[in-house]
Design a protein around this ligand. Structure first.
Ligand SMILES: N[C@@H](CCC(=O)N[C@@H](CS)C(=O)NCC(=O)O)C(=O)O
Length: 180
């Protein structure tokens, strides 16, 4: 989705708040990503969407919350653009600060929980950071330039190999081709 009137017209029938994502579960509408994830974790306990280990779960929640409420320079300077060919952008001080914060978080989590995902096995925290990994790729940003260890960039690349993400990416690219 790109920002603008056309996007707003597409979103309006689904959400009174003009933002995505929105989950419709029967009659229930949930209009916020973190609330959607918590709802899915409750509805599908066997899927273990949060880590089982309490310490890993607490940090997975903290990482998701940090993404949900922060990284505003990264969000505004690096819009999600799945159909766009990778190209570098100017790294402002604010963007560099967000990238250093991201590198610190990924280093800390991968070191503490041993990978291959942020809190060990795949969890909601990784869902929150998959769009971030896509932005890093689109704008040719390597976390090793901002204090990240090599395992931080490898983790970002791993997120982009996810089958569901690749299906989303293929849809976005097909939609962009159809629009030309
Ligand atoms: N708190 C919300 C924020 C959602 C949000 O910022 N959505 C953006 C896209 S990532 C949006 O729908 N923007 C409206 C637009 O692009 O027109 C959540 O995480 O669910």
């Amino acid at each position: 989705l790109r920002q603008g009137e056309a996007t707003q017209a597409q979103i309006a029938p689904h959400s009174p708040f003009g933002q995505v994502p929105v989950l419709k579960d029967g009659e229930l509408m949930i209009w916020d990503s973190l609330a959607i994830c918590e709802h899915l974790a409750e509805r599908f306990p066997d899927a273990r969407l949060w880590p089982e280990d309490p310490a890993a779960r607490a940090q997975a929640r903290a990482a998701s919350a940090l993404m949900h409420s922060g990284f505003s320079a990264l969000r505004s300077a690096c819009p999600m653009a799945l159909d766009q060919a990778p190209a570098p952008i100017e790294v402002t001080d604010a963007l560099a600060a967000d990238l250093r914060r991201l590198a610190t978080l990924w280093n800390l989590m991968l070191d503490r929980h041993g990978g291959p995902f942020l809190a060990g096995s795949w969890s909601i925290a990784d869902a929150f950071f998959t769009p971030v990994a896509s932005r890093l790729r689109t704008y040719e940003l390597a976390l090793t330039d901002f204090g990240g260890g090599p395992e931080a960039d490898a983790y970002g690349a791993r997120l982009l190999e996810d089958a569901d993400f690749r299906a989303w990416e293929a849809d976005a690219r097909a939609e962009a081709r159809a629009a030309v």
